[in-house]
Design a protein around this ligand. Structure first.
Ligand SMILES: [Zn+2]
Length: 299
């Protein structure tokens, strides 16, 4: 595809890159979206694969010559779309049933539709440069289940899996103790969506999982998410807001998505800013506040 690359990488730590699309105008129409590539002595780990525009594997091969493994923070289409260029992937077992459904039906199902979608979000100067041969659509692939406490041992560095289910049943964070950061996908951010058409867990279960995540809090200072980079205090702010929702003392800002009534816990002020300089917000279904999931595999 000549010298034009659909991706760009920013090094955030030694042998650690944040990858995003270079050809997209992020803004109202589309959120920024990130993959991460972590190189180890034994293999390199790709955390999430974004929408699937272009060949992410080829791009990663320009940064690392190690064999690569893919881990998905959860099953949504903006995190697994590029999986199909790789041989296999790891995902929390609670997201297995949803892997091929994306949960919303909002993501393309044919190569042509994916290509058209990429063109529709491309900056004007790149629209003609996209090559449909670089696109690949969902197909059966080897998936391995992971769960809380599993460790990706890259040789000279390790990433520990922490289950933070809520936004999806199997959402995870990956703790990088050496760099004092956590890769969090969509598990806690300024727009954490629980439920809607997205198979979210109850607020009560999410709170339980956030408290579990908080037990690692002394070991990281920053969260690298699928769409945002936020200070680690996003975790305690999440715990606080979940507590308010359960107590019924949150702001209760109603909205509708996919024909469902949803509620935001915190009201945004001017320019969409959250109160008191906070960085966490979440939405939930009013009928999905209480309830715990069984911590058992169902096979
Ligand atoms: Zn998501």
């Amino acid at each position: 595809m000549s010298e034009f690359s659909m991706f760009e990488a920013k090094q955030i730590y030694p042998r650690t890159w944040q990858i995003t699309y270079s050809f997209v105008q992020f803004g109202e129409k589309i959120n920024p979206v990130f993959s991460y590539l972590l190189e180890g002595d034994k293999y390199s780990l790709v955390i999430d694969t974004m929408y699937g525009y272009g060949n992410l594997r080829k791009f990663c091969e320009t940064l690392t010559d190690k064999p690569m493994k893919v881990v998905n923070t959860h099953f949504h289409g903006d995190h697994i779309g590029g999986n199909y260029h790789f041989d296999e992937a790891y995902i929390h077992w609670r997201d297995f049933p949803y892997f091929y459904s994306d949960g919303t039906g909002a993501f393309p199902k044919t190569v042509e539709a994916l290509y058209e979608r990429a063109k529709s979000v491309a900056l004007e100067e790149y629209k003609d440069k996209l090559d449909i041969n670089d696109f690949k659509i969902q197909e059966p692939m080897v998936l391995y289940p992971i769960e809380d406490g599993d460790v990706f041992d890259l040789g000279d560095r390790e990433l520990e899996v922490i289950w933070v289910g809520g936004h999806s049943p199997g959402c995870i964070a990956l703790l990088d103790r050496v760099n004092r950061c956590a890769f969090t996908g969509d598990c806690c951010n300024s727009n954490t969506l629980l439920g809607g058409g997205l198979n979210g867990l109850s607020v009560q279960q999410y709170l339980k999982n956030l408290i579990h995540f908080y037990s690692f809090r002394r070991e990281f200072d920053i969260t690298y998410g699928g769409h945002q980079i936020l200070p680690a205090r996003v975790v305690e702010e999440g715990i606080e807001l979940c507590g308010k929702i359960i107590a019924g003392t949150d702001d209760k800002v109603e909205y509708e998505v996919l024909n469902r009534r949803m509620i935001y816990g915190s009201k945004r002020g001017e320019k969409g800013k959250l109160p008191d300089g906070k960085v966490f917000n979440m939405s939930y279904r009013p009928d999905n506040i209480k309830g715990l999931v069984e911590n058992k595999k169902r096979i």
